[in-house]
Design a protein around this ligand. Structure first.
Ligand SMILES: [Fe+2]
Length: 242
């Protein structure tokens, strides 16, 4: 089985369609998403509808839940909060229902999906420090967990009791005990590479490939300004701002 794994799309439809084209060229059988489908950019409806059309299995991100009042907007900075309020105005009950029903954690064969951390996933903690990573590794009940939230792709691997980080574009999971794979961000990368990010996982070969995909950033930026969303949300696509 070949999985395409995406996340942190943040209503950036130009980036999402470029990534889906790339995944289709990779002949993926199934698309999985680690959440934050909406927020920041201008096309929440188109993004949700494409994921529904693709039968994508997704967990919820903090922005998805904030839009449907399942996570407090008080945790957001002003520009993210403005996008939450704007997004609420764009959605029909079908889209709201879709976001509301997204689970916090999905287990699928050998794969777990979560947005932030397995430690209280409803709190959307970031995995940043070694103890954060260890907590999630301890709680992980499958060999592999795909996650997001930081918008920075990397792999945290447990190999013979030794934990280490890999940042390469190809990660070999053969003989690894456990792996936390951050799939990066489709719609708003924060690792000094402005191209959209996604992951391809071949479950037979046990190989994860991180892919970077060029898309029309100018187009996405124009739509953010046209929608009247905060300018910083557009700027985040043209320079790395965390
Ligand atoms: Fe995000």
């Amino acid at each position: 089985m070949i999985y395409g794994v995406i996340g942190d799309i943040h209503s950036n439809y130009d980036a999402l369609t470029a990534v889906i084209d790339e995944l289709q060229q990779e002949n993926v059988d199934k698309i999985l998403c680690v959440g934050d489908i909406v927020g920041y950019a201008a096309e929440p409806v188109a993004c949700i509808e494409l994921l529904i059309e693709l039968n994508c299995i997704s967990v919820a991100g903090n922005h998805d839940y904030a839009v449907v009042d399942k996570f407090p907007v008080g945790y957001f900075h002003a520009d993210a909060r403005a996008a939450v309020f704007w997004t609420r105005e764009q959605l029909s009950h079908i889209h709201r229902n879709y976001l509301q029903k997204l689970p916090l954690v999905v287990e699928l064969d050998e794969i777990t999906l979560v947005h932030g951390s397995l430690n209280h996933p409803e709190c959307f903690y970031y995995i940043v420090t070694e103890p954060d990573a260890q907590l999630s590794l301890d709680l992980l009940e499958t060999p592999i967990c795909f996650y997001g939230h930081t918008h920075v792709p990397l792999a945290i691997l447990l190999d013979n009791g030794i934990r280490y980080v890999e940042r390469g574009s190809i990660i070999d999971l053969n003989a690894k005990e456990k792996a936390l794979i951050n799939v990066g961000s489709v719609g708003q990368p924060r690792d000094w590479d402005l191209r959209a990010c996604c992951v391809v996982y071949d479950s037979e070969k046990k190989i994860v490939k991180t892919k970077r995909v060029k898309y029309n950033i100018k187009h996405a930026v124009e739509k953010i300004y046209e929608a009247g969303l905060p300018g910083i949300n557009a700027l985040r696509l043209t320079e790395s701002i965390s």
